[in-house]
Design a protein around this ligand. Sequence first.
Ligand SMILES: O=C(O)CCC(=O)C(=O)O
Length: 362
Amino acid sequence: MVVASPSPIRQEKVRALGVPVVDLSQKSGGRAAELMVRACEEFGFFKVINHGLPVEVVAGMEAEAVGFFTLPPEEKQRAGPPSPLGYGSRSIGFNGDTGEVEYLLLPANRSAISQRANAICSSNPDKFSCVVGEYVEAVRGLACDILEMLGGGLRLPDRSTFASLAGGADSDSLLRLNYYPPCGNDKDTEEGKDSHCRSSGGDAAVVGFGEHTDPQVVTLLRSNDAPGLQVLFPPDASDGGGGGGGVWVPVPPDPSAFFIIVGDVLQAMTNGRLLSARHRAVVSAAKARLSTVYFAAPPLQARIAPLPEMVATRRPCLYKAFTWGEYKKAMYTLRLGHNRLDLFRKNPDEEQEDWVPRTPHD
Ligand SMILES: O=C(O)CCC(=O)C(=O)O
């Protein structure tokens, strides 16, 4: 298969800015929830520290991921192709997006993980299922806590609105493991010498994972200590490609923390008050980056629409209602960098039509 060279990223729009931090050991009293809401309004992104996930659960997950990505290529292929779940390399999605990344996409539930474990880790599938299943359950708990705090911070009549949407047994949540081998201009580093990637040349960074917003409700991203994640600021500066008028903010890695990214569904439900964050990963020349990404999603048939309490005369309804299945189907037809939520944007003069449930899609 012919794969396009990764596009170089221009450096001039990259600027260091502080990333909002929420300390979950201080969540009583509502201050942490208020900070979260403010971070989601301004950045669509924040970091949580003291999140309470056991260190051994996180370390076990990382060890399984490293074990998988360091297998010989023909063994990794047994877990592919990503159609849409499974192992993939360089090619992202179905529409020609590429990057210097290998990944493994899994459904975020124990039984689906154990069904696939043999193809992923034939040496010890039971251990893989157990470690990854435990991680997924712990992160789902953290996602629900954060979503509940956001519901409280927004003063929703039912603070668990978002948490119950994405935390149920029928949720379509996913776990994605990304591995970015060292790659770039620094050929003098030990790992850089072995790099097999197609360097862009010059000073430009190499794209690992191109710019995009996450379609789901919220994303919980953890990585090793290699840099690479960048977030667009302000989040609504995007023109659907190239960052528009915003700046790319490099996010210093912090393996002890989780980075929380607002997804399109949360932006739609809050009628554009919380903003889904456009982000991307660039590849380090010196060190392999490993990220573990949990996407908290609704069930396929769930109806997504701006919540009535988020709509007012001064803040008219911005989005049409859709099911999560419909959103996914639309999303698969588009490139990664596309502003997908625009497909469901209402014309300003459009009346709020009555929503009629349709057949759920895969
Ligand atoms: O690896 C990263 O830091 C970014 C990954 C990402 O954006 C994704 O998997 O959607």
